[in-house]
Design a protein around this ligand. Sequence first.
Ligand code: PLP
Length: 376
Amino acid sequence: MKQFKPSSTVVISSKAYEMRKNGIHVYNFSAGDPVLSNHPAIIDVAKETLDEKMSPYAPVAGLPELRLAAAKWMNRRYQSQYDTNQTMVTCGGKFGLYAALQILLEPGDEALVLAPYWVSYPEMVNLAIGVPKIIKTSEKTDWKIKAEQLRSHLTKKSKVLILNNACNPTGVLYSREELAEILAVAKEANLTIISDEVYSELVYDGAEFVSCAAFPEHSSHVIVIESCSKNFAMQGWRVGFAFGPENIIKNMTALQSQSTTGTSFISQKAALGALLHADEVASYVREEMDRRRQLFFQTYNRLFSKKSTPVASALYFFVKIGEDSLKICEEILTKSHVALVPGVAFGMEGYVRFAFADQESEIVKGLEALKTHFHL
Ligand code: PLP
């Protein structure tokens, strides 16, 4: 039997979970799991749906009204031109990514993955019997890939580029010009870009988020993955979206019909509640996460000698830690009861990822606990 690795972030959180079960308080900087009440716009619709006492199957591609609301939200917020047929509802952004790779890759095709990468990308490519081709980016180039660098990694087998903007774990954002250049190289090379944009609403200090969907001339080779998990703090509801060319969405829907059958009916209704009040719900989450981001960086800079500027987006801080990141994270977990994710899980040894999605008091106390044993 072929063995696939479980996601490394899950490995760390399970260890922390075991410690908690033994009565130890663990500060959770490992999970990008916003600890935040659902906005009333979500809960109200979910309650109304429960009161109807019916939980039918939803259409496989998602409730038509939700697909429409999602397409309208994308078009209004990110200047795309999607219609319902180019939109499907998935079980979180994760299944959208999985389905897109399954549909696009033939055995042996290469999917270009930029490191540091979100932990699941390489294994998802393996699951599609593709070959993950890792391209390292560096702190010096702001963790971004330039069009020229991308071109130099292309081979005849290159089929897909997975681009994560806004980025987990680095928090960097690509500008319109940078995206235009990358998209042009991709078009030239017949490469489909899977643009993972699940943090698109979590952009701070007035920075602009530019979606790969904002370039209509490239729509035939772009699939955008979105999610309610982070943007609307609905991670447990498991609602995501895939946007792209109609034929690809149709094939992804066929795959969904033979696997998950789609997202639960009540979750889709709840997501509709969020999307019908998208700006309000997103602001509520963004403002709360921004407070945590600022508090995290103020506290970090007060306690540790290496000063850092707050990240521009998402929920993470990716910072240099030392040679063996896994060993260091285990030591930190054991001594300070602070859970972090080692850089090696993102394909970037020597670094560590902090998440600032937990409540404010946890952020401060957790960093103080870290300080008692470690000097960063
Ligand atoms: N993409 C990135 C970059 C993520 O960080 C995550 C979750 O952490 C996902 C996709 C999947 O999120 P979900 O399946 O909850 O939408």
